[in-house]
Write a protein that binds this ligand. Sequence first.
Ligand code: GAR
Length: 226
Amino acid sequence: MKTPVAVLISGSGSNLQAMLDKAAAGVLAADIRLVLSNRGDAYGLARAAKCGIPTAVVEHGAYPCREAFDTALVAAIRKSGAEVVVLAGFMRILGPGFVTAFSQRILNIHPALLPSFPGVHGQPDAARHGVKISGCTVHFVDEKMDHGPIVIQAAVPAHAEDDGKALGGRILALEHRIFPQAVHWLCTGRLSIVGRHVRLAPADVAPADMSGLGPCLVNPPLEQGF
Ligand code: GAR
């Protein structure tokens, strides 16, 4: 049984692609019903169209205020039948109206180890700060930016010579692994939120093949197929 999902993007959509690939491989329990962008030129729209997935563009500039934009997003998502919302590089802040409409059913990926380096420049901010480890975080979305309960994190080494691009590339490879996994957990009903903690119900699944990933730490561990 697959859960109907809407994926919201603003750009390249490489995380969307990772999900499309896992769905096509039959390992992701998500039925991607809609790919929605706030920008008409987002390349992710072409990725979706290539897979025959309906797309929509809701331009934030066309709305007088954030509430009106949020209302249009909710309407488009509801129309698609999606029950879970995945923010895959969606670069707009969503207001309380949106968060309430899909309470505990919205996941976001952020390219840093939250609560460090929130915002839209997670990778260059971490590189400039001189951290020795950075990574990515999938979390439930609440009313505050990059704040909700954390589902999974992956850590990678950061080097003195890294700029945001070099560090970001290392992080992105892990994003493509942990995001489909987190979406799968949510779609299969294995996640529950207790305060700030996300509990993952155990399942009899073998660990993932981590070869080729380079030095990293992923917690909770990835499962077979992801
Ligand atoms: C990803 O690195 C994602 O973590 C980041 O945008 C990129 C989108 O790439 N999101 C944020 O910075 C949110 N604050 P993609 O379009 O290729 O998936």
